[in-house]
Design a protein around this ligand. Structure first.
Ligand code: SF4
Length: 347
């Protein structure tokens, strides 16, 4: 896969990517409340690999190959940072810096970390209300579909506000190491990503996310006072809020003055020259994203094992870092051999 996705959604990496604070806290080591174990008492992947909540990039990775995503969690050291990843990160950062200044703020608790996320969301809302038309690196979070009480967090590359028509479009930046058009599989992965962003954003606009839901999933103390640096930073922005309870009330109310996402775009940029190769616009299909999402969650809840690619997509294995150890691939090869299909023809 020569598509490079630089959405660093691990907690500490997210903090770096928004460049709004120094991560000096240790991650919360207490276990989240649910769902903890599957029916057979095993700790489920959601807890084992992701501390009880998911990132949008987890779900879009699943659409490429769930088995590969599983190996990334369980077989460390195989994938290392390479020059293409660094280049992609640089291009994302350059775009971000063109939209807003960044400052460093020291955080001292998980509540401070979430204050930064919420504050960055507020910065985007305010930007639109004060005449700007572009906001970049916008945190988003919530429960995508009420059928499954799972919390999901993401980071939207870009929102574009059209004040005349009062619309907001979403655009995701993807950098490529070649000038070739993205494959269908790559395009599908990105479509899932932007549809989930829209769902999360729209839920906030519609006011369907409650503070209690956030507390339950993230184990935050909404009434815990922010650290001094956060309070000072808020005051500089004339926001007088001392805890998440107050800050979230303020931000959620403001979100409801916005409008739902109108169009979903993915922009493909060539790493070599930073020029735009193409724009793809995806229609939002709620039935499609809901069906996929609920299926992906079965893995995270421990209801089924990870699955690899179908025979038709076996070409993905040839560029996979886990090809030599992949049990799914071996199993499929044996099934093919049994059907008198030459093993190396498809895999
Ligand atoms: Fe997935 Fe193929 Fe890689 Fe296995 S070898 S993890 S099936 S892409």
């Amino acid at each position: 896969n020569n598509e490079i996705d630089f959405e660093d959604e691990d907690d500490e990496l997210l903090l770096k990517s928004v460049n709004e604070c120094e991560a000096v806290v240790t991650k919360n080591s207490t276990k989240p409340q649910f769902p903890l174990t599957s029916g057979d008492g095993q700790i489920v992947p959601l807890q084992k690999f992701r501390h009880g909540y998911l990132w949008v990039s987890d779900l879009s990775s699943q659409s490429w190959c769930e088995q590969q995503m599983f190996y990334k969690f369980t077989v460390p050291g195989v994938i290392e940072e390479n020059p293409a990843m660094t280049k992609g990160t640089d291009l994302h950062l350059a775009r971000e810096l063109a939209a807003h200044d960044v400052v460093q703020v020291q955080v001292t608790s998980n509540e401070d970390i979430w204050a930064i996320k919420v504050l960055n969301l507020l910065t985007a809302i305010n930007a639109f209300q004060f005449g700007q038309t572009i906001a970049r690196e916008v945190p988003i979070f919530g429960v995508p579909f009420k059928e499954e009480d799972i919390f999901v967090v993401g980071l939207i590359d870009e929102l574009r506000f059209d004040p005349e028509n009062y619309t907001i479009d979403l655009s995701e930046l993807k950098t490529r190491t070649s000038r070739m058009n993205p494959s269908k599989a790559v395009t599908k992965q990105h479509k899932i990503q932007v549809m989930l962003y829209k769902r999360l954003f729209d839920n906030l606009v519609k006011g369907t996310l409650s503070k209690n839901t956030i507390t339950k999933h993230l184990r935050l103390d909404l009434n815990k006072d922010f650290g001094d640096q956060i309070v000072k930073h808020l005051e500089e922005k004339t926001i007088i809020k001392k805890n998440l309870n107050d800050l979230m009330d303020h931000v959620f109310e403001k979100m409801q003055s916005l409008t739902c996402i109108n169009q979903l775009h993915v922009e493909y940029v060539y790493q070599g020259t930073a020029e735009t190769l193409s724009h793809v616009t995806h229609p939002y299909d709620e039935g499609e994203i809901k069906t996929l999402y609920l299926d992906y969650l079965k893995f995270w809840k421990g209801e089924r094992l990870p699955t690899g690619v179908d025979i038709e997509e076996a070409w993905k294995c040839q560029r996979c870092d886990f090809e030599s150890i992949c049990e799914w691939r071996t199993k499929k090869s044996e099934e093919c051999a049994q059907r008198n299909i030459q093993k190396n023809h498809l895999y």
